[in-house]
Ligand binder design. Structure first.
Ligand code: FAD
Ligand code: NAP
Length: 542
């Protein structure tokens, strides 16, 4: 059993944990990162399914904090593959010499706030006990897979995989009859690549999703040079933009322009590709009529590609306001359904009944399969936090506190859990953005906050219940003004049985959110209680 004391224990070695460690070290805080995987990378370490790329252009889906890093590293494609992103992560970690403060293959199993000592006591599955002033959750919003819950899976004679826990050595589907269940971002990215290998691919779709072409391409020297030269402006623009990217925010609503102008604008955004498509008009996520119109435009595109009208019809989303589920970004997804070796099965009309030794049965029909890929998603936003289930003041656990949905202040701190921070936690823009921008903003905020505490001889910070209540109401009110609440998505916890239905991310936009955080900091951390050990001791004695 080891007892080691640090200023900060950082849980997770994805983009969040790596940068958090760097900021802590630069400020002279002792810190250790604890990570379950055998290496850094988080999302990009665990997810290795074929076709995985970022859905934000690589030049913006990258760290901005180090000028050296952004000058030295050169992306080869507009949307980097998982392998290239993982190489980038390892390059960053080597450059920063982060590994000496990282502990891999270790799972944090518990964290308890010791009120007598004002310290976090953190336990791992190796029987270690750490003591830390600050407990920083860099545990990821999409790091806990939703395991397949299908009757009969244990009897399946073939191989099965979940996109979130893909074998490191890869999978060869050559000559196999493969089934993919799920058509979210993971399914939509993997289907075209698996189809090229498999003897036959059956895609089991419950809900059709909107997908926009990535128009991926290699990055030539010239464009890389231009991007790099423009980095200072680009990074600033992303930080104040609605989704943390360099898209120009829209300035007109859908019905403010003529039908011709609307069509021209949508076509232009379609040709740019990626989820920037949602920046076509100001009201796409708030006005049902606008959403219908833009949805119809995408539907037209789907029908123009997919030759079989019945298949095209199935692939067109129904009752799903565009963008209220993460807009997928694909390479030849719809084209894949024109292949002779690919078929689409509607499991909304005829749900999967069971997995059999030889395949699966849906709607009374047995589909023979050699391999099944579950692209069925995650227990998002709270999954990883609940696995640790930190215990705060009075022994209250986070699960108890959040039984009816997360309550946070700014998505970064929780009343009753002093000195605990959640990077991109529920109630912050996180998953609605280019996450690298949101991660850097949160890490900077936390690092500046603990530096402030030290500079002012303070050692405890915790939101007030009033500030937390007000923020939680604000998060809900903003969501109510949008179309997001109309869709059954993981943003609302709808994919996990028993999860409370609330909007987990903050939908007010990255730039707006950053402004709020900066104002709160400028007002001496308004809404937080900051205190000093001696003052607390005196108060206890008094
Ligand atoms: P993660 O990368 O999830 O890392 C968290 C780490 O914490 C993991 O390594 C995990 O093992 C570790 N951990 C968790 N709990 C414990 C514990 N108890 N003990 C020890 N270790 C623990 N975002 C975008 O903006 N653009 C994209 O293109 C994009 N693509 C994505 C593709 C996929 C397949 C997925 C799943 C997500 C994608 N995201 C994307 C979101 C992505 O998660 C973030 O962009 C980013 O990588 C998150 O970094 P993170 O460090 O916060 O979390
Ligand atoms: P997801 O968006 O939650 O999609 C899961 C899919 O599986 C949905 O189609 C869902 O159908 C289906 N499904 C789940 N349980 C099912 C069941 N029991 N029976 C039948 N179908 C079932 O998960 P994801 O695709 O892994 O993506 C999660 C998030 O990760 C994305 O939204 C995105 O933020 C991120 N991501 C990004 C990229 C990228 O492009 N870079 C790639 C992958 C993931 P229903 O919709 O009907 O529930």
């Amino acid at each position: 059993m080891r007892h080691a004391e640090f200023d900060a224990i950082i849980i997770g070695a994805g983009f969040s944990g790596i940068y958090m460690l760097e900021r802590c070290r630069a400020l002279g805080f002792s810190a250790r990162v604890i990570e379950a995987g055998t290496g850094p990378g988080g999302t990009w370490y665990w997810n290795r399914y074929p076709g995985l790329r970022c859905d934000v252009e690589s030049m913006t889906y990258s760290y901005s904090f180090s000028d050296d890093i952004q000058r030295e590293w050169t992306w080869s494609e507009r949307y980097a593959t998982q392998a290239e992103i993982l190489r980038y992560v390892n390059y960053v970690v080597d450059k920063l010499d982060s590994r000496r403060d990282m502990q891999f293959e270790t799972c944090v199993t518990g964290a308890i706030f010791d009120e007598a000592e004002d310290r976090w006591k953190i336990e791992t599955d190796r029987g270690e006990h750490y003591i830390a002033k600050y407990c920083i959750m860099a545990t990821g919003c999409l790091s806990v897979m939703d395991p397949p819950r299908f009757k009969g899976l244990e009897r399946f004679k073939g191989q099965w995989y979940h996109t979130a826990a893909w074998p490191k050595e890869g999978v060869d589907f050559t000559g196999k009859r493969v089934g993919v269940i799920g058509t979210g971002s993971s399914g939509i990215q993997s289907v075209p690549v698996i189809a090229e290998q498999a003897a036959h691919l059956t895609v089991f779709q419950r809900t059709a999703n909107y997908s926009i072409p990535a128009w991926n391409r290699p990055l030539d020297e010239d464009s890389v040079r231009r991007w790099k030269a423009g980095y200072p402006a680009l990074r600033k623009k992303a930080q104040v933009s609605p989704v943390g990217a360099d898209f120009d925010p829209p300035d007109k609503s859908t019905f403010e322009v003529s039908a011709e102008e609307r069509r021209r604008r949508l076509e232009e955004m379609w040709q740019r590709g990626s989820f920037g498509f949602l920046s076509a008009f100001t009201d796409l996520l708030t006005n049902q009529a606008a959403s219908d119109l833009v949805g119809a435009f995408v539907e037209e595109k789907i029908r123009a590609v997919v030759k079989d009208p019945k298949v095209a019809d199935l692939l067109c989303p129904k009752n799903l306001p565009i963008g209220t589920k993460r807009l997928c970004v694909d390479t030849h997804y719809y084209e894949t359904f024109n292949r002779d070796n690919v078929s689409l099965v509607d499991i909304k009309a005829a749900p999967i009944e069971e997995i059999t030794p030889a395949g699966l049965i849906a709607g009374g029909v047995e589909y023979a399969l050699d391999a099944i890929v579950f692209a069925t998603g995650y227990d998002a936003m709270t999954g990883a936090l609940f696995r640790i289930n930190p215990r705060g003041r009075g022994g209250m656990t986070l699960k108890e506190k959040w039984a009816s949905g997360p309550r946070t202040y700014l998505g970064v701190a929780v009343a009753g859990f002093p000195n605990l921070f959640t990077i991109t936690g529920p109630g912050s823009p996180s998953v609605i953005s280019n996450m690298l921008v949101s991660i850097e903003q949160h890490v900077d905020w936390i690092a500046d906050c603990i530096a402030h505490l030290r500079a002012h001889d303070l050692d405890l910070i915790e939101p007030t219940v009033e500030a937390e209540d007000k923020w939680t109401s604000h998060v809900n009110e903003v969501a109510e003004g949008t179309l997001f609440l109309k869709s059954d998505t993981w943003y609302l916890g709808a994919n996990i049985p028993g999860k409370p239905r609330v909007c987990f991310p903050y939908l007010g936009g990255v730039g707006t959110y950053k402004k709020i955080c900066d104002e709160i900091t400028a007002k001496d951390y308004e809404g937080f209680a900051l205190s000093r050990a001696e003052a607390r001791a005196a108060a206890r004695v008094g």
